[in-house]
Design a protein around this ligand. Sequence first.
Ligand code: EPU
Length: 314
Amino acid sequence: MTAFALTADAAAARERRAAELARRISPATQVRPGEPLARHTTLRVGGPADIYVEPASEADLGAVLDFCAEFKLSWLLLGRGSNLLVRDGGFRGVAICLTHPGFAAIEVCGPDLRCGAGARLKAVALEARRHDLAGFEFLEGIPGTVGGGLRMNAGAMGGCLFDLVVSIRCMDRKGLVRELPRASVEVNYRQCPTLKTEIALEALLRGRTGPQAEIDARMKQFSSRRRQSQPAAPSAGCIFKNPPTIPAGKLIDELGLKGARVGGALVSVEHGNFIVNDRNATAAEILELIELIRARARTQRGIALETEVEIVGE
Ligand code: EPU
């Protein structure tokens, strides 16, 4: 038995609780007890969630939140898991994944795109291009969803998601839905504090009309820059936020840490701020490598690196 294995009683209790949740929502919503979260993160690591649920509608999402409140269960919101490191013991509570097609619509309204939280950022970039809407090109290579991208104000190539936001629709912890104009949302570099307490359901994004040839050219240029400078192996994108004085990737490169390894976790040789899952890494190995890098940055350069990836679980 591994350190994280459940007793038969605990597994049965988990099954019963998942079945109780399933009774309260529509059959279109998937509920799975003990789902390995490694399947739902781009780093491909992470133990099981007690309950994993993919709500098919806002009503079901509200019912899941009610259920969590009633039984005092913690919950965790997942998009594509592209900025998430789940520890090997998994998550004690309910992992809510907003990737059901019910949350992934992209609707064109003049120069705006109304995008569901579960829509992939790449799909948003492609839909914008199809309708001659410029300004969305930098989203092409960000491996997340609209919801995850809003939560961390994802960015690339000098742009960030909130540059495009007109308004967002959110649900609070009690299931109340409201629309927030951009001006009333607090946004910083790689974080949106408002979305620590609210769940983004949808965003209204505004581009500008532009010739498709120019949009195409920009997308190709961004994609080629990304392919030249970032690894293709499984990762969570940049591991650390850029400190004010030097990009984290450059710092890690200067510290000679590219290629450093703990078990299956490897500092990318292509870009110092990426840790790739090279050979069936565990979350523990990735965390050890993160700590090794932070210690070297602190002792050799006096720089405190802060993780950009969110670390959850036990
Ligand atoms: N650099 C090195 N060695 C490296 C990596 C980078 O010397 O190993 C140098 C580069 O030559 C460049 C500078 O560091 O002069 C910055 O590198 P880069 O242009 O790759 O940008 P970055 O600051 O490392 C940011 C975002 C990325 C985004 C890229 C491209 C952060 C933490 N990272 O990276 O976003 O894709 O710009 O626009 O802000 C992410 O957030 O997960 C992410 C991948």
